[in-house]
Design a protein around this ligand. Structure first.
Ligand code: HEM
Ligand code: FES
Length: 775
């Protein structure tokens, strides 16, 4: 059967699903034509799905027989809920085996079974828990030296050559040896394993021709037999170290949790999980960095940038671009009804560039402070157990090569990729350099020096870009205006209306909305001096001068404008005008219907008035208290047009009033951002400690009166994203299953609080110290 006939096979197999889908949502041409094996998807999966992120974030692909999910939040929601979205198809062959290939596999006794990645609960978590120890950061720390040694041996071997294929010379073999070492598997026959790994990837995620299917089936069958032999050998070494030895011991101790079928299947799957993923990610990393020369030069000059550069490479060009789940019941995702049994291709590469989560998401930016939010390692209870090993290897590769060969260049070449739906990385990365210019020829000590990075995700606190204060001015009474530009004259990242940055001056880190005029060079901020606050704005007013260098994080956008509405009511209180003016600029550019209501003490204290009057004349109403012109919020809300939306930024009382006034309107009409957070400090005299049960990991933890839930989770090594730690950004949200929550955040709406399904871990607590249960 030829390749095109394979596609026909798939289509007919899922016909009823396709017809169902066609009945519910009209197929767009793009959905019908979507082909995960097309050159378009293979060469850039995120770009190939841009239309989907913008118009149809969940769609049925008749060619693939899968529902494709392309937006960040939807992908995360799928990863988060593994009871509705079962991982059971994660390792299923995406191209069904031909009967001949099935026969070949049988001759090898091939019986691939559930491992971890495709196991449902509760079996998965029981197993994951008993096999987790080797992956704890404190146990991985000791592996760094081995990774460094293996890497150096390779670099030493090619450093004087001037031209090399990095994949062949280092990136293939070192991750394989690291994986074998971690697993405790003998390092023999690397070349045999290479063929086997490729066969496993093609078999599971590729679209082999019929002829190829037979060859692949033989390789996979041999891989299976080989894995079985290794297990038998390892069983004779009861004192052996390494994760597979541990797995074999657990199999003997608790065969109901770690059964025989699991051990054999895992032996085969883990080699690919640990090796291919890291090799391909590292190849992508060098290709990406060497083709973004400024970023490469920056890390050569400052190796502390490496951990975040690795995360940005994993985000921008990860090695796992899509993963799979299947619905266990009818459900709704991204506004689309999914039937029970629907197969989902969740495209992390697309989510990783979704501008709804990553500002200017399709730009590569090693200073991006939320790069670590990427989904390349998955998310939730199945999240990659080996993520910190992969990270460690990538950092060491980059640190060694950028220190010893900073003049490295990508050679002219055409990059080739093995066509699969899920694994992505070039077969070769040819690089060139002049060995005469190797810095260690002048300074031999360079070869042996190193920068050590602690195991684990980089801290957001260590990431910032340097900017210069290009202009300082008075915007209004007590409001300082700043224009910031990159210190090296590079353009700063694009941003969208509602975005903010975090300005770092001395020990103060404060968030301010961006309010530059469209097309202006640099970032404009307007900073109100708040003498009653925590001192940040006062310090900025008193010390920041033109020409100074300061640090900046972001931009990020937590107050995003939904551009699909018909009309907009924009309301600003005082300095809350900063995101609102950016929204007004955007709506004007889009030709939308909008009005701005700007409330303040007096015109003299209201920033940006002149600009608003110039740019938004006819749309603007100023409510200055000293002119007795207070805004009639009730009247404004009742005059809201059909399908209109309200965006408000201002003091708490203004937002509460609008929440009261819109309580009977449908969800999603009122959008707000507070410009200050109060009452987040904890007073142990007044707080109570509480117990938390974590369903997924089965752990029980105690949150003391003096600490936050977020701190207690981090102390137990549980990855929960966080940013502001003040209840403002929503990034530390966790799922609540039981318990009465005292919500103290500024992000959730009243109805979300009443629903009691989620809580913000950095500030909210159990009410009255009662026990709570989280997912
Ligand atoms: C699971 C990616 C390196 C071991 C996964 C998953 C992804 C992934 C996408 C599925 C997550 C989910 O379903 O939510 C990667 C990438 C790597 C990498 C991109 C390198 C850059 C490693 C390494 C090891 C490893 C080095 C082991 C030494 C595992 C295991 C699971 C897994 C055991 C199954 C976890 C579970 O289902 O509970 N990985 N991986 N991975 N990975 Fe990795
Ligand atoms: Fe921002 Fe918790 S970290 S809301």
């Amino acid at each position: 059967m030829a390749r095109s006939e394979n596609q026909t096979d798939n289509r007919s197999g899922d016909k009823s699903e396709a017809e169902d889908a066609a009945g519910k949502c009209p197929f767009s041409r793009e959905a019908e034509e979507f082909d995960a094996f097309s050159d378009r998807y293979q060469s850039d999966p995120a770009e190939a799905l841009r239309w989907s992120r913008d118009q149809k974030p969940v769609f049925f692909s008749p060619k693939l027989g899968y529902w494709v999910v392309s937006r960040y939040d939807d992908i995360k929601a799928v990863f988060r809920d593994n009871s509705i979205f079962s991982p059971r198809i994660a390792l299923e062959k995406i191209t069904p085996a031909t009967p001949e290939a099935v026969e070949v596999l049988k001759t090898y006794g091939y019986a691939m079974n559930r491992t971890l990645v495709n196991e449902d609960e509760p079996a998965h978590m029981e197993r994951r828990r008993v096999l987790m120890d080797h992956f704890f950061p404190e146990n991985l720390e000791a592996k760094q030296e081995m990774v460094r040694r293996l890497t150096r041996e390779k670099v030493d071997a090619f450093i004087d050559s001037g031209r090399v294929d990095l994949v062949e010379a280092m990136l293939y073999e070192v991750p394989l040896n690291v994986a074998l070492h971690f697993l405790g598997v003998p390092e023999d026959d690397i070349n045999v394993l290479r063929n086997f790994s490729v066969a496993h990837s093609v078999n599971t995620w590729g679209r082999p021709s019929d002829e190829k299917q037979l060859a692949v089936a033989h390789d996979v069958g041999q891989f299976w037999v080989y894995a079985g032999k290794i297990i038998e050998r390892m069983k004779n070494e009861p004192e052996g170290t390494g994760w597979m030895h541990e797995t074999i011991r657990k199999n003997a101790e608790m065969p109901d949790i770690v059964p025989d079928s699991y051990v054999h299947s895992m032996m085969m799957a883990i080699i690919v999980a640990a090796h291919e993923t890291t090799s391909l990610a590292s190849a992508n990393m060098f290709k990406t960095l060497l083709s973004h020369r400024q970023a490469w030069e920056d890390i050569c000059q400052d190796a502390s940038l490496i951990p975040n550069a690795v995360e940005e490479c994993l985000r921008y060009s990860g090695s796992i671009v899509a993963w799979r789940r299947q619905t266990t019941a009818k459900t709704r995702l991204g506004g689309v009804d999914l039937p029970e049994g629907a197969k989902l291709l969740i495209v992390q590469a697309s989510g990783n560039q979704d501008e709804r989560h990553f500002e200017d998401g399709d730009t590569f930016d090693i200073y991006r402070d939320n790069a670590v939010d990427h989904l390349t390692f998955g998310y939730g209870s199945h999240q990659c157990m080996g993520k910190n090993i992969g990270r460690m290897e990538m950092r060491v590769f980059l640190e060694e090569v950028s220190r010893r060969i900073p003049h490295l260049q990508l050679a002219d070449q055409e990059f080739r990729y093995l066509p699969t739906t899920s694994f992505r990385g070039p077969d070769h990365v040819w690089v060139e350099w002049d060995p005469e210019k190797n810095p260690e020829r002048q300074k031999p000590e360079i070869a042996g020096s190193e920068v050590h990075y602690p195991v684990g995700a980089p801290s957001r606190r260590d990431i910032a870009r340097k900017v210069r204060v290009a202009d300082v001015r008075w915007e209004a009474e007590g409001v300082l205006g700043l224009t910031l530009q990159d210190t090296r004259g590079r353009p700063l990242p694009d941003w969208s209306a509602g975005a903010h940055v975090e300005l770092c001056v001395a020990d103060y880190e404060r968030k301010y909305s961006l309010c530059s005029r469209p097309g202006a060079e640099g970032y404009d901020l307007a900073i109100l001096r708040d003498d009653g606050g925590r001192g940040g704005s006062k310090h900025i007013h008193e010390t920041v001068r033109k020409g100074m260098e300061v640090k900046l994080r972001g931009p990020s956008n937590l107050f995003r404008l939904d551009e699909t509405a018909n009309s907009y009511l924009l309301i600003a209180g005082g300095i809350g005008i900063t995101p609102i003016i950016a929204m007004a600029d955007r709506l004007k550019a889009l030709g939308k219907d909008y009005t701005i209501h700007y409330c303040g003490r007096s015109r003299g204290s209201m920033a940006h008035l002149v600009r608003l009057e110039q740019d938004h004349a006819g749309r603007l109403t100023v409510h200055a208290a000293d002119e007795n012109r207070r805004a009639d919020l009730a009247g404004l809300v009742s005059a809201l047009k059909q399908q209109g939306q309200i965006y408000v930024c201002g003091p708490e009382r203004m937002i509460s009033a609008l929440e009261d006034l819109t309580v009977d309107l449908p969800e999603g009409i009122l959008h707000f951002e507070h410009f200050s957070a109060r009452d987040t400090g904890l007073d142990p005299e007044k707080e109570a400690g509480f117990d938390v049960e974590l369903q997924d990991s089965g752990l029980s933890i105690k949150v003391a009166a003096y600490e936050t839930l977020l701190d207690a989770l981090h102390a137990k090594g549980i990855d929960v994203a966080s940013d502001c730690r003040e209840g403002l950004c929503g990034s530390c949200e966790v799922m609540v299953l039981e318990g009465d929550i005292d919500h103290r955040d500024k992000v959730m709406t009243r109805s979300e609080r009443a629903g009691n399904r989620r809580m913000i871990a950095c500030c909210s607590r159990s009410r009255n110290g009662g026990r709570i249960k989280l997912a």
